[in-house]
Write a protein that binds this ligand. Structure first.
Ligand SMILES: NC(=O)c1ccc[n+]([C@@H]2O[C@H](COP(=O)([O-])OP(=O)(O)OC[C@H]3O[C@@H](n4cnc5c(N)ncnc54)[C@H](O)[C@@H]3O)[C@@H](O)[C@H]2O)c1
Length: 315
């Protein structure tokens, strides 16, 4: 099979690239490198079946790609504190990038469009765990752009017959994750091991899933999808809190009882975040998929990698 992976040098997409290559696919990666890292694709580049095009998707909209069977549209602008309320970034990078990827699919007669979506669209869900059918009020530009991307993909399916698979992720963690709470907390504690300021009251609750389980979940949902558009949540059976993340970090850094941890008197760390993110994974589990690590084990693996990575970077 010949496959395009957009955002190939990013965290989750680079693991997906490795998996597809291991399964014998020929893979074309496209990445503007806005938040991608060369390190992430260093191994993939040793494989003659992989090539990377370092361009923004909008520059590739009219490019010719021969014989491609499917496109994993993984590129999007992540949640970043500096950009949270900058609509242009999410509109241009996430929605603009998605439309360019959909055009690539349409112009090159690619049959399947796989789209990782965000469970931010469940909002402060009244139903927890939250099934695929639920839609809550959106309160972030990141989430809105991701939800609009789902709608654009559905429109392309209706108009041009594209098959669409939407995989909605909980919080994905693991090696190569250089964004989000774990990364920021490790950087802070390495700078000042005496005091750790945490955003929010620490009770924010998330279903954390390991990146390897996430990629396997994408493969299982691909084999089991039904109809022109199908959706699967990919998360864990359980949850952990930001305080659990801090406790694991202190244990792994040998700082338990030595660091003064300061929480804020706020239920969330930033305006637009959700208190609980816990997608219902019954649908994917009914296809035989199971997470191999629970939320806390996932966090520990991610924090171990992050500590090594941040320490190596500061040497
Ligand atoms: N990390 C999570 O917990 C999580 C949760 C829900 C959904 N997702 C989704 O999964 C996907 C991957 O997330 P990630 O955390 O690995 O992010 P990431 O930032 O590590 O990877 C995204 C990649 O896309 C590239 N990119 C962005 N805009 C582009 C454009 N217009 N043209 C070309 N390349 C572009 C970036 O350079 C980056 O390499 C995203 O679609 C994200 O919204 C992630």
């Amino acid at each position: 099979m010949k496959t395009i992976v957009t955002g190939a040098a990013g965290f989750i997409p680079s693991h997906l690239v490795d998996r597809l290559l291991a399964d014998g696919h020929e893979v074309i990666g496209i990445d503007s490198m806005v938040t991608g890292f060369d390190d992430n694709i260093a191994d993939a580049l040793k494989n003659p079946k992989f090539e990377i095009i370092k361009k923004d998707l909008k520059q590739c909209e009219k490019s010719k790609f021969e014989g491609v069977d499917m496109i994993f549209h993984m590129a999007a602008y992540p949640i970043r504190m500096k950009k949270l309320y900058d609509y242009k970034t999410y509109y241009k990078q996430t929605e603009g990038g998605a439309l360019a990827a959909l055009e690539i699919a349409r112009r090159n007669d690619i049959k399947l469009f796989v789209l990782p979506a965000s469970t931010t669209l469940y909002g402060q869900a009244k139903q927890v765990p939250t099934p695929e059918e639920f839609i809550g009020p959106d309160s972030s530009f990141y989430g809105t752009a991701k939800f609009n991307t789902e709608r654009w993909a559905e429109a392309y399916s209706g108009l041009f017959g594209l098959d669409v698979l939407i995989t909605r992720f909980g919080r994905i963690q693991g090696p190569r994750s250089r964004n989000g709470a774990a990364w920021e907390l490790v950087k802070k504690i390495e700078k000042n091991p005496k005091r750790l300021q945490v955003l929010g009251n620490g009770q924010q609750t998330r279903s954390f899933v390991h990146v390897k389980d996430c990629v396997e979940g994408m493969m299982v949902s691909m084999r089991n999808r039904k109809g022109k558009v199908d959706r699967f949540n990919i998360a864990n059976d359980d949850t952990a809190t930001i305080k659990d993340m801090v406790d694991i970090l202190l244990e792994e850094a040998n700082l338990t009882g030595k660091t003064k941890v300061a929480y804020q008197d706020e239920p969330v760390g930033w305006k637009g975040d959700n208190v609980i993110v816990f997608p219902d994974i019954s649908k994917l589990k009914s296809c035989g998929w199971r997470p191999t690590m629970n939320s806390k084990e996932t966090l520990r693996d991610c924090i171990r990698w992050t500590l090594k990575e941040v320490r190596a970077g500061s040497r």
